[in-house]
Design a binder for this molecule. Sequence first.
Ligand code: ATP
Ligand code: MG
Length: 425
Amino acid sequence: MNKKINSIRGMHDYFSEDLDIWHKLEKVFKQVLNSYSYEEIRLPILERTEIFQRAIGDVTDIIEKEMYSFHDKKGNNLTLRPEGTVGCVRAIIQNNLLCKKKLKFWYLGPMFRYERPQKGRYRQFYQLGAEVFGLNTTDIDLEIILLTNRLWKILGINFHLILEVNSIGSQLDRIKYQKELVLFLEKNKSFLDEESKQRLYSNPFRILDSKNLNIQHILNKAPLLSNYINKKSLNQFNNLCHMINLYGIKYKYNPNLIRGLDYYNDTVFEWKTDRLGSQNTICAGGRYNSLVEELGGIKTSAIGFAIGIERLILLIKSLNIFSIKIARINIYIIFIGEENKIHAINLSEEIRDRYPELKTFVSFSNLSLSKKIKHAVESLSRIAILIGANEIKKKCYLIKELETKKEFYLFKSELMLKINNIFRR
Ligand code: ATP
Ligand code: MG
């Protein structure tokens, strides 16, 4: 046998057991996003590398080490998208969508980051992203939080997610704060790990986000960004918190919450769970009022969020909800003897004409009858239809009801009625 070739580390295949959950999620996403008037946008998976370099910030995890970049045959430097916001902003600028007053978008698709694969962290993973353009009031920040909260409620996971919020103010505020933060971190340099030492001067805010417990501990005494934030941003943030409270959503103010990407300002938020270890953020978002201009568009404020689908599925599975088993096959047709195959195919086609929503399966394999019945049962099929010489002679079919184990003969018209009774009740 030849040596088998496996998938790339951190890139996974998904099968129907998981995809049943995916489909349910997609249905809920579409329903909820639609109810908030978001429109779908489908974006390329490849973009020019420079667009990410310009937007995301040089000293971020993504730009420093996580991008899948390569040259195409013409020498263009391209990158498999590590996130969706940048491509979405590129698309709305390129297609003048803001002039057409299209303001709210969502997308769902794979993202690629060269990270160390572990539970909840992969090299190809899926995100549902949503972006809103042109509105710079906290009303829309609140609406996005209400939207995500509604998703969790419909999915039945709201008790396992907690909202964390912060305001990271303006770029100017952060410059002032950065000076103080660096002074503090210099004094505590001995507590920093190698990665944080490297970031001390290049991007000290990332240290606030460190998952190292010792560092988190010393950060309790660090100067607070909130003391450096301008009055307008602070008022807006207080108002947002007040509104979140009014809508009965529990939240935690996390003064060290920042986003991994440079382009954010003011409101940032994450929905976290305590059920997934350190990969605990299911959904992350924030405001990015300068990105559209940065990428060549007219100055337009914006806010967005992204949900990590695999992490959401891990959470759903850990809670054992959505346990309804979906049948892989509804009607299982078995012919006995090669000469009866054509009758089986014809019957299956007629059933598909009349009942296109049902999963009708003709067993062409040469397994034994008992193995075929076993397969039908495992596939949660409700009935098996047997076609042998005897049945053809009598112009009828032998039906096995797999749950009740009842067996009986039916003519074709009776069979069609029976199918109707079983599946359309
Ligand atoms: P983390 O701190 O966990 O690396 P991040 O700040 O890099 O997250 P974002 O860029 O904000 O993540 O992405 C939004 C969401 O996408 C995350 O909250 C998470 O649910 C999901 N996500 C990000 N990276 C991965 C990954 N490598 N594998 C699976 N899901 C991911
Ligand atoms: Mg990351």
